[in-house]
Design a protein around this ligand. Structure first.
Ligand SMILES: [Zn+2]
Length: 243
């Protein structure tokens, strides 16, 4: 028997996991009001995506009717981190928890230009709590959730909220000031720059060829989060279709 109410309760709990916090907006004076507004909207989107991940991974057992959802979550964990049991699931959860707890502690800076004109945003170890947002981020941005029907990862991963999740992961530094989640270089790569593990495909290859690096590569987390967001959206759609 399909227990609709049980599933709905679970999904609503997942959606409501976000702590109710008053968000005062980006704190940096170098961003214009329009820019702050867009950053704030992307933070809201990023929060939702990260909350989906934490809900799906930490709410405990799924109701039995949701075995398909469990399978999908595990498939994506395998795709980006080598699979349950291989990597350190708690480490992955800790990284997303860090992001979840850090949105309000960040300073958002909007430089007039970035060295790489195609760069969307960046983080520097020298300014560990600042996220720099480049002009290109404003120019080309979209929202991940609005792109649900567009299955092209290339567009999803350049959405404004996805980029913020990627950068937020970079703002996690260890006790020695070393960035924990970086942009890793693919193994067997001679030229460093084009060989960074950006994109869903490289993230997956990295999880096969160098799982330790996958566990410390920002895009592995970002794509995992985007795919889990879609697992949750699919489940919500399936449930509302049956209601
Ligand atoms: Zn990066």
């Amino acid at each position: 028997m399909f227990s609709l109410s049980k599933i709905l309760a679970f999904l609503l709990a997942a959606v409501c996991l976000a702590p109710a916090q008053e968000y005062e907006g980006p704190r940096n004076v170098t961003c214009t009001e329009d820019q702050k507004y867009l950053i704030q909207a992307a933070i809201a989107g990023g929060r939702d995506i990260v909350n989906s991940v934490l809900a799906l991974r930490t709410l405990g057992e799924f109701p039995e009717d949701m075995s398909q959802m469990t399978a999908s979550v595990n498939d994506f964990e395998r795709k980006y981190f080598g699979g349950p049991g291989h990597g350190d699931r708690q480490f992955i959860i800790d990284m997303f928890t860090f992001v979840n707890n850090s949105w309000d502690q960040r300073t958002w800076s909007c430089p007039d230009s970035c060295k790489d004109v195609r760069a969307r945003a960046f983080v520097k170890a020298k300014y560990p709590t600042t996220v720099f947002i480049c002009p290109y981020w404003f120019e080309r941005g979209t929202h991940a959730s609005a792109l649900y029907n567009n299955s092209i990862h290339a567009e999803l991963w350049t959405s404004r909220d996805s980029v913020l999740i990627h950068e937020m992961l970079h703002t996690n530094f260890d006790a020695n000031g070393k960035m924990i989640i970086r942009d890793q270089v693919m193994p067997k790569c001679i030229h460093k720059s084009p060989c960074k593990a950006y994109g869903s495909e490289k993230a997956h290859v990295l999880s096969v060829d160098a799982p330790d690096r996958a566990l410390r590569n920002a895009d592995n987390y970002m794509f995992y989060a985007l795919d889990l967001m879609r697992v949750q959206q699919n489940a919500l759609r399936a449930v509302s279709g049956k209601a």
